[in-house]
Design a protein around this ligand. Structure first.
Ligand code: FAD
Length: 301
């Protein structure tokens, strides 16, 4: 008889902590979808929820409005993403001060993509923060924020090497970052090897894996190509022939993400950051598999 796989009960392990990333909605309909997702995921009591900042600073007001509403109407701890793109230092500082006044204490600090698009050379705003490190220093001058940054297990496309990328991560930590969230990846070995290299270089902050449930394989693969994340052949094969079959695609997506996170928990990972794409169902199901259960909310979402 075949030996069965031994899985430790979740109760025998340190608890799992999840965080959820949303993007600010463009229309009233998208706003409804977002808040439906927030209401569904809120009872899982995430470590924090983050709201992205559009390319070129295009969502400054919408990001702010979404984060403020999270503070006002929920018990969730929001983190506001902020980039250096297309804004002077004064403008960025103003955004940071407004967050402080709104009671937001956590910023995901990023340089941002080149204003002319991914793949072009990055040109900082003449009066702006030139790097994420400079941005972190600026934020720290304004207030005592918790600062999360990005990390790239397969290196940032503009970096010369993974080592150069880790040096940038170290500079961000020296400036005040206390957590990093990774670019998404599909092969857990990529993350685990990166973690080993980062730890060997003396980096001790949490490097939280960014997990993307593949809602749409074609879109994810195209985004991955731009950001330097590799898409394994086995993943492409799993979604093969499903372009017009949304229901099966969703089931496959759930299975793929579940397999990925369960494998990571078995290697000791306890913190996960989910790129939700403002949709709750897949992420909720994956969190359930991880042992996270809804708890009653203290404040209505
Ligand atoms: P960094 O880690 O700062 O590095 C970017 C490049 O600059 C690297 O090549 C690095 O080597 C170089 N560099 C950095 N600092 C220095 C320095 N001091 N000296 C010399 N070179 C340096 N984009 C958005 O527009 N909005 C978002 O909300 C957003 N959220 C994200 C969340 C996560 C978790 C991740 C992983 C990415 C996110 N991005 C977002 C994408 C990000 O803005 C792009 O990948 C961008 O190109 C790099 O910004 P960064 O802060 O990640 O880069």
């Amino acid at each position: 008889m075949e030996k069965s796989i031994t899985r430790l009960p979740q109760t025998d392990r340190a608890p799992i902590r999840a965080s959820f990333e949303f993007f600010p909605p463009k229309t009233a309909e998208m706003e409804q979808t977002l808040w439906h997702a927030i209401e569904r995921l809120a009872p899982l009591q995430p470590n924090f929820v983050s709201v992205t900042y559009g390319a070129g600073g295009s969502t400054r007001e919408r990001t702010h409005a979404t984060v403020e509403r999270l503070v006002r109407e929920t018990d969730l701890r929001p983190a506001a993403h902020l980039t250096c793109v297309a804004a002077s230092r004064d403008e960025v500082d103003d955004v940071v001060r407004k967050y402080r006044e709104a009671g937001v204490h956590h910023i995901v600090a990023l340089r941002g993509d080149p204003p002319a698009g991914i793949g072009t050379a990055y040109e900082p705003h003449p009066q702006g923060y030139a790097t994420s490190t400079a941005l972190i220093e600026g934020i720290r001058r304004i207030g005592d924020f918790e600062i999360t940054v990005s990390a790239y297990p397969e290196k940032h496309p503009e970096s010369a090497s993974i080592d150069a990328d880790i040096d940038v991560l170290k500079a961000k930590i020296d400036a005040g970052a206390t957590r990093a969230i990774t670019q998404f990846f599909f092969d857990n070995q990529v993350y685990l090897r990166y973690l080993e290299r980062v730890r060997a270089k003396g980096v001790n902050i949490p490097i939280v894996p960014g997990i993307v449930p593949v809602q749409n394989f074609k879109q994810t693969a195209s985004f991955a190509r731009k950001t330097g994340a590799s898409v394994p052949q086995w993943l492409a094969e799993r979604f093969e022939g499903l372009d017009d079959d949304v229901d099966t695609r969703r089931l496959v997506a759930a299975a793929v993400a579940a397999e990925q996170v369960i494998d990571l928990t078995e290697r000791g990972v306890r913190d996960f950051h989910f790129y939700t794409m403002n949709k709750a169902d897949l992420v909720f199901a994956i969190c359930h598999l991880l042992g996270l259960r809804a708890k009653p909310e203290r404040k209505a979402a």
